[in-house]
Design a protein around this ligand. Structure first.
Ligand code: DGT
Ligand code: CA
Ligand code: CA
Length: 576
């Protein structure tokens, strides 16, 4: 799948164009950024779209016009984009890598390059630790310290990639293997199958007769850069995506055991194997064996768990967090599924920092199988997102009414906002405007560095205002980029339960906030959750599956998720 590569190149072109700040380039910058966002968020491979319908089909992708479609064609045909290469000669800087560091934008990259010769994160690290950055224009001692912190954060992640970046690629690879005619079955295993928020390496298992032939095919697949270790049953390759992938060829009589073993987690496996040993069995990746070494079962996972006196459980639960006991007691809960979601309570439009109009967001919601969405644009304090004031909301809500009339119940748009919870816990819009909303989400977007006590009171004050329905991304973390702010989530969950405010499970792949362990702890209180996309464009509804995966990792069933309710019941929940 080439989507990510292409999106990154467009993002870099945008970064390089933004350095020369003229009016035309600003327009171009936005065009490249919008195209990059849409392409990165797409589930279908652009190469497949191009094969199907050429440049015309590419131009049907939102934000892709003739020029950009031409670039995509050029890249698919030649492996290069001339415009990119030309700009890159002028700015030989790894923008993609550097701009992932909090506090670094395109302009700062160029300053760092021109003044200190910094081209990538390794160079930046050297410059920061040598205290060379503080004297640059636009930086200073404080921002050098902040950079040191961001770099340490990037370091501590050990190169784990976001599930949202890995899963679509993994699915494309499994599909490519399945089409090869060389395998009977191909499945994703490891942390990706468990929907862990980040992935260290990708694991794929195939059932096949001719191992070496499969490996030859695998090595030449589209997303593969080069083979690192090649063998007839296990091959490890470097993916263009930026992580490695283990492919294992499994024989039919051990497929169930291999699936169970390579899905993990390691902690779960160790606990399961202990149970096997206690029963006088031996369990490994080849099967479950009796004392005499005779194979007992290995066809599929349920059989293996069954022989061990356990119920099968979804991969998301396999982290040795109590699921083994549940399975032994046959009390594995029924977990929420993507198809259970009937709506989405947190979405954005062009009016603030989204990329699509309300009409487009609404049409896409219907296509995503949703029955309702809350439209929740940013509020006036959030200047970077061009947040709206009371008057703007009043005008906007008239349009929502008109659109609701047009849809005649096929989709219901709930009036809302993502209202800033200000430093003192008050809300960023007046009470009258807030009271006119069907579904308001409250969120912290400023003053992240408060002590825990103050932050907790700030958020609880908003929860108890009676004016918000959902607390959005309750910890504020950005995976691999920004730590959560200091907050007592136990008290927040208790207050939310008391005031009938839902806690969000934000599905954005770099947020997943609350995360699995937060949800598990919060769910001890009688609080409801909502799994929201926080969509900023029409492709982002597809991210809901990551929120669902996170909820499943916390063992939640649909009864705890408010947006699995049909609209009528949800409305009752919102009004209570
Ligand atoms: P990752 O790659 O760090 O995101 O996490 P995983 O869970 O995908 O780990 P990985 O790729 O090292 O191994 C895949 C699975 O193989 C793992 O979930 C469980 C199994 N496994 C790996 N090493 C061991 C081990 O030493 N003992 C046991 N029992 N299982 C293991
Ligand atoms: Ca793995
Ligand atoms: Ca692995």
């Amino acid at each position: 799948m080439k989507n990510r590569e292409i999106a990154e190149m467009f993002d870099e072109i945008a970064a390089m164009l933004s350095i020369d700040d003229t009016k035309t380039s600003r327009f171009e910058v936005r065009a490249y950024q919008a195209a990059a966002l849409n392409i990165a968020g797409m589930q279908e491979d652009v190469a497949a779209i191009y094969r199907r319908g050429g440049v015309a089909a590419l131009m049907e992708i939102p934000s892709v016009g003739k020029g950009i479609a031409g670039h995509i064609e050029e890249y698919l045909k030649t492996g290069h984009i001339k415009k990119y290469d030309m700009l890159k000669k002028k700015y030989p800087i790894n923008f993609t890598e550097l701009m992932k560091i909090e506090g670094i934008g395109a302009k700062k990259c160029v300053t760092l390059y021109r003044m200190l010769g910094v081209r990538d994160v390794a160079g930046l690290r050297k410059a920061v630790s040598g205290h060379k950055v503080r004297d640059l224009e636009g930086f200073g001692e404080k921002s050098e310290e902040a950079l040191a912190k961001s770099l340490a954060m990037a370091d501590s992640t050990g190169g784990r990639m976001l599930l949202g970046d890995v899963l679509p690629e993994a699915e494309a690879m499994v599909a490519e293997l399945s089409r090869s005619g060389l395998v009977y079955k191909a499945i994703i295993a490891g942390s990706t199958r468990r929907m862990r928020e980040t992935v260290g390496d990708l694991d794929i298992l195939v059932l096949a007769d001719d191992g070496p032939k499969v490996m030859d095919f695998f090595e030449k697949m589209e997303g593969v850069e080069r083979a690192l270790v090649k063998g007839p049953t296990k091959t490890t390759v470097q993916l263009r995506l930026g992580l490695t992938c283990d492919l294992r060829v499994i024989s039919p009589d051990s497929f169930g055991a291999a699936m169970q073993y390579f899905t993990g987690s390691k902690a779960h496996n160790i606990a399961v194997r202990k149970i096997a040993i206690a029963k006088g069995y031996k369990l490994n990746e080849y099967g479950l064996f009796g004392r005499n070494g005779k194979l007992i079962v290995s066809r599929d996972e349920p059989e293996i768990y069954g022989k061990l006196g356990m119920q099968w459980m979804p991969p998301e639960m396999r982290e040795d967090r109590g699921e083994i006991k549940l399975a032994q007691e046959h009390r594995v809960p029924e977990l929420v599924e993507l198809k259970d979601l009937k709506g989405d309570l947190h979405t954005h439009t062009k009016e603030t920092d989204g990329q699509n109009t309300l009409d487009e967001m609404a049409d896409a919601a219907i296509k995503a199988g949703l029955q309702y969405i809350a439209t929740t644009n940013h509020t006036k304090s959030l200047k970077v997102a061009r947040g709206m004031d009371e008057k703007a909301f009043a005008e906007y809500f008239k349009r929502v009414d008109a659109l609701n009339d047009k849809y005649e119940g096929r989709l219901t748009i709930l009036k809302g906002a993502e209202v800033d919870i200000l430093k003192d816990g008050s809300l960023d819009l007046n009470t009258k405007t807030m009271k006119g909303m069907d579904c308001a989400v409250g969120a912290v977007h400023s003053a992240f560095n408060m002590p825990e006590k103050e932050m907790t009171s700030r958020v609880i004050k908003a929860i108890e205002s009676g004016l918000i329905h959902v607390l959005a991304h309750p910890t504020g973390r950005i995976i691999n980029v920004r730590e959560p702010y200091q907050i007592d989530l136990d008290r927040v969950a208790e207050a939310a339960a008391g005031s009938n405010v839902m806690l969000e499970i934000n599905s954005f792949p770099n947020r997943l906030d609350l995360n699995d362990t937060n949800i598990m702890a919060a769910s001890k209180h009688k609080v409801m959750f909502s799994i929201d996309s926080d969509a900023h464009n029409i492709t982002h509804y597809a991210n809901l599956r990551y929120g669902v995966g996170t909820a499943r990792r916390a063992w939640l069933g649909k009864a705890r998720i408010a947006n699995t309710l049909p609209l009528e019941k949800l409305n009752r929940q919102l009004k209570r």
